[in-house]
Design a protein around this ligand. Structure first.
Ligand code: URA
Length: 249
């Protein structure tokens, strides 16, 4: 059973807030009966109409994309910036699962399944995300220990222990490239972690989300997730939500 306004929004008719307005205005019927209650739940097979016109209930779709740089993860109007959702050719009203910054590339999931998206980004579910990044400066042993232990960010909240691997220091260019695995998805988390250590991020690429990589996709390319991948992601989120989760660094 799902809420009527959610089903209308997912059918691509309009946004959830506008759907609520339509319901209150008496423009929505379920199985031929006008419904004005916002809490109304509908089940598969119920015939929903808006202004007497039946809506098609939308199939759920799940994509993985190699997000290019210079592209935003929002559905809102953009003057001149490319949107990740516009790179995907599908009739459903999809959105990104969490966000990558404008200048970050790499693994991005997109779907029209809000429940799935929430599961993937919920902080309690600790889905592992691995980034490859280049910072200005030579990452010190002390900094690596701080990253592994967790860093208090500018909002006073400490990050969970993270993993650091494959460190390449380039003395001539005064920069370091490495893999960083985190278990949260706080706003601009990697850049803020590096800022706390006194570095700036020169390049940021998400190479893995859970077990998913994009080695088969060039920047801007995407594919549908396979049913077993969706199932495995859901299972990962559930495993990660256990209170006793211990992250080995
Ligand atoms: N951390 C960031 O700072 N930016 C991103 O895009 C993703 C993680």
């Amino acid at each position: 059973m799902e809420r009527l306004q959610k089903v209308i929004a997912q059918a691509g008719v309009t946004s959830r807030r506008k759907a609520e307005e339509l319901i209150i205005a008496g423009r929505v019927s379920v199985n031929g009966v006008i419904v004005k209650e916002l809490g109304t739940k509908v089940k598969k097979g119920d015939q929903i109409s808006v202004d007497g016109k039946g809506i098609e209930r939308e199939n759920k779709v799940y994509f993985i994309m190699n997000k290019p740089k210079r592209c935003v993860c929002t559905n809102g109007e953009q003057e001149d910036r490319l949107k990740a959702v516009d790179l995907i050719d599908c009739p459903q009203r999809i959105f990104t699962v969490g966000r990558l910054d404008y200048d970050t590339s790499g693994v991005l999931l997109l779907t029209n399944d809000g429940e799935f998206a929430n599961m993937m980004i919920h902080p309690r579910h600790h889905i592992e995300k691995t980034y490859n990044l280049t910072i200005n400066g030579l990452l010190s042993g002390a900094d690596i220990r701080r990253i592994k232990a967790g860093i208090v960010l500018d909002d006073g909240v400490k990050t969970l222990p993270a993993k650091v691997k494959h460190i390449v220091k380039e003395t001539q260019k005064a920069q370091t490239t490495f893999d960083l695995t985190i278990y949260e998805g706080r706003n601009r988390q990697i850049k803020r972690m590096m800022e706390e250590l006194g570095y700036q991020v020169r390049r940021l690429h998400r190479k893995q989300f859970g077990f998913l990589t994009i080695s088969d996709l060039r920047q801007g390319e995407y594919r549908l997730l396979k049913p077993f991948e969706i199932k495995k992601l859901r299972a990962l989120a559930q495993e990660g939500s256990y209170e006793h989760l211990i992250i080995e660094t």
